[in-house]
Design a protein. Structure first.
Length: 266
């Protein structure tokens, strides 16, 4: 097994307390298959027990001719961000060099968006997480001012409207740094303006723009797997006064009895 399988155990020091990415690099004689699954490395996540469904993004890249090796800086944005992510996760040098032996031309209209744990500043902050999503949307010329989001989710944290706004803005291609700077500048310029200061700002409609698909308790109870699985949400989160319950829709698979561990953003 060790002759063809190598597992990565990324840095978990400092502020990093979780690494939840799933990435497989499958090296073949003539191609590199990049697979990004939503499944954990568990048999039920991969459909072996008929209880859970997942999805996987895959792209096959041909090997460069004559043993050629590209420079990371010459790759399309997808390849550059993949190499950066591999470096940040501490993958071995030979793995990163191996990736450079393949042709990334097919990814020119794709983006590799990642989340690297820890604290980041300046350029590094702008290429990961929500800011990385915003950057990718802009690079693909997909920025828009009017966007509706549908998100198939499998674990839910302590959501609130501020997070939804940031997520929605990033998906539209808006720089969160520029947005925060603009809001700060606007607040400063109107600080002594009594008329504007006394005006009550109209609430935005972000909850009308975002729909989150997650199974209800009744859907889980009648599923093949039943409760106490890997789809998580805390009751105190959901019942909190600022939790966006209006965004949620019951997530029912077209295959009766299956629960979904997908993460799909449309």
């Amino acid at each position: 097994m060790s002759s063809f399988l190598r597992l990565c155990f990324p840095n978990m020091k400092g502020l990093i307390n979780c690494m939840h990415s799933k990435l497989m690099l499958l090296f073949h004689p003539d191609k590199l298959r990049i697979a990004i699954p939503t499944a954990n490395l568990l048999n039920f996540d991969w459909g072996e027990t008929g209880q859970m469904e997942n999805s996987v993004f895959m792209v096959d890249l041909p090997r460069l001719a004559d043993g050629k090796i590209s420079e990371a800086g010459d790759l399309p944005a997808f390849g550059q961000e993949l190499i950066y992510f591999l470096e940040q996760q501490g993958l071995d040098d030979d793995v990163r060099t191996g990736v450079l032996k393949f042709d990334f031309s097919a990814t020119k209209d794709m983006a590799f968006v990642h989340t690297v744990g820890g604290m980041h500043f300046r350029d590094e902050a702008e290429r990961t997480g929500l800011m990385g999503l915003s950057k990718a949307v802009k690079q693909l010329n997909l920025a828009t001012q009017d966007l509706e989001l549908d998100f198939a989710a499998s674990s839910i944290g302590r959501l609130n409207d501020n997070y939804l706004r940031d997520f929605h803005s990033a998906a539209k291609g808006i720089s969160l740094i520029a947005q925060a700077a603009e809001a700060k500048s606007k607040a400063a310029s109107t600080f002594f303006d009594r008329k504007k200061a006394s005006t009550v700002a109209k609430p935005d409609n972000v909850r009308e723009k975002v729909r989150i698909y997650f199974p209800t308790a009744s859907t889980v109870r009648v599923s093949t797997a039943g409760a106490a699985g890997t789809l998580c949400i805390a009751r105190n989160y959901f019942e909190g006064s600022t939790f966006p319950r209006a965004c949620f829709r019951d997530y029912k698979s077209t295959r009766t009895g299956l629960l979904s561990h997908n993460k799909i953003l449309l």
